[in-house]
Design a protein around this ligand. Structure first.
Ligand SMILES: Cc1cc2nc3c(=O)[nH]c(=O)nc-3n(C[C@H](O)[C@H](O)[C@H](O)COP(=O)(O)OP(=O)(O)OC[C@H]3O[C@@H](n4cnc5c(N)ncnc54)[C@H](O)[C@@H]3O)c2cc1C
Length: 405
């Protein structure tokens, strides 16, 4: 396998490096380059970061596939250039594209289904992190079987009146807007009576109740709607066709969750810690049982990384990923879970000490990674649901009777 880029792409890399040298200084890197890169900030960025992002968009390096008129880089699709941009931005810890449900999911939904006014009003500010979004899909009793959702929207003159409850809504407490699925046609079959709506979170009648997750943060909330009135034109796509619209958004959510960066960081961190323990006289990598486990995990990690390169090659050739594209979410989240668990075992007795405990190895990073991995196995469609998707759509097996109803 030859993993080198052609001369044309290396020239592109050279131009990109010159851009980064000029626009993202060593001082920027030292003062601002941490969190943005490592956890992909979803909070509102500071002025300097936004200034850099605007320059990078204008140069065609960020949001390449979003048209210029809506605030993107307006470049032709070229997955190899996108891969080089990711490598180079990461190398100098420059702010990459905003992550989160707005830029990574909603923007593509609006591009496909939004009105001109919606694109004009939301896309640019969402890409720059000036508008933060949350995703109001799940409800008590409607998670995997999402189409069972019951929160309703009724048309009253030129307004929709919304009542009901959403749950597990990530970032609801910080979000300016929510994109939500609501039942607008109570008598239609369950997949056909749903409408996709944009809701200003400051509208009277919305109550956000954060709850603590297993890591101890309050990242998600329950959201209650009590006669919340939003304008008639708040819907994306046609009335009653929200299910179809939401499918395009979920595809991007799975891509967002499916990369191998977190698994790689956990693995490298675990090996680094294991070496440090060995220097202090505790045999870790030398222990044959642990060594065997590490080798198995690294093999799976390398397979996942090579699979990403395979997908990149397919994209570059214009081939549809099909089955190959359905695997990464399940694979990488399961791997992160197994890695987090192994890391706690490798650290020995102190491995499960929580962050904040003075004795916790790596400041409790591995416990946090493990506990987070439980969440990402579920978010964006559970591992079981991913298996169903692979079996039914990828391998052509009969449909799951529960989802078919
Ligand atoms: C970290 C995190 C962030 C989240 N953020 C958001 C968000 O921002 N917005 C939002 O709307 N939602 C969010 N969610 C909710 C998430 O989408 C749901 O938790 C998920 O879809 C599962 O639904 P559920 O929790 O109701 O579990 P259930 O659907 O009740 O599933 C329970 C168990 O049954 C299994 N199961 C269910 N149906 C089947 C089936 N047909 N075949 C095989 N097994 C099945 C599942 O795999 C699971 O193990 C988030 C969840 C997490 C963990």
């Amino acid at each position: 396998m030859d993993l080198r880029y052609s001369a044309e792409y290396e020239q592109f890399r050279g131009e990109l490096r010159a851009f980064l040298d000029k626009n993202w200084t060593d001082e920027d890197r030292a003062t601002l380059g941490g969190e943005e890169v490592l956890i992909g900030s979803i909070s509102k960025p500071g002025e300097r970061v936004t200034e850099f992002r605007i320059a990078a968009i204008e140069a065609g390096y960020l949001y390449r596939n979003v048209p210029r008129r809506w605030g993107g880089g307006g470049q032709p699709f070229d997955p190899l250039k996108s891969a080089i941009i990711r490598e180079e931005f990461k190398r100098v810890r420059a702010p990459r594209e905003m992550v989160g449900q707005g830029p990574s999911m909603l923007v593509f939904t609006l591009l496909a289904h939004g009105t001109e006014e919606q694109k004009e009003r939301f896309i640019r500010d969402t890409l720059l992190g000036r508008i933060l979004w949350c995703q109001g899909y799940s409800e008590p009793g409607a998670g995997s079987d999402l189409a069972s959702l019951r929160s309703k929207a009724e048309l009253d003159g030129d307004q929709w009146v919304i009542n009901g409850q959403k749950t597990w809504t990530s970032n609801a407490a910080e979000a300016d807007w929510m994109f939500a699925l609501l039942r607008s046609e109570p008598d239609a079959p369950k997949h056909e009576g749903i409408t996709y709506m944009l809701i200003d979170m400051s509208t009277p009648g919305i109550e956000v109740r954060p709850f603590r997750n297993i890591v101890g943060d309050s990242d998600f909330s329950e959201v209650f709607f009590d006669n919340v009135r939003v304008p008639k034109d708040s819907i994306v796509g046609a009335r009653g066709e929200g299910w179809k619209v939401s499918r395009s958004t979920l595809k991007y959510e799975r891509a967002l969750i499916g990369d191998t960066d977190i698994a790689r960081r956990t693995f490298d961190g675990m090996v680094m810690m294991a070496r440090a323990l060995e220097r202090r006289g505790k045999p870790v990598i030398e222990d044959p049982v642990i060594r065997n486990r590490l080798v198995q995990l690294e093999s799976r990690l390398l397979a996942a990384e090579f699979h990403s390169m395979r997908l990149l090659t397919m994209q570059a050739r214009g081939e549809e990923a099909l089955l190959a594209g359905m695997v990464p979410k399940l694979n990488s989240t399961q791997l992160s879970y197994d890695l987090g668990k192994a890391a706690m075992d490798v650290m020995g007795g102190g491995g499960s000490l929580a962050p904040g405990e003075p004795e916790a190895p790596a400041m409790g990073m591995f416990v946090t990674a493990y506990l987070w991995s439980l969440g990402v196995l579920i978010a964006g469609g559970t591992a079981n649901i991913q298996r169903n998707i692979i079996a039914e759509r990828g391998l052509g097996m009969p449909r799951d009777p529960v989802q078919k109803r």
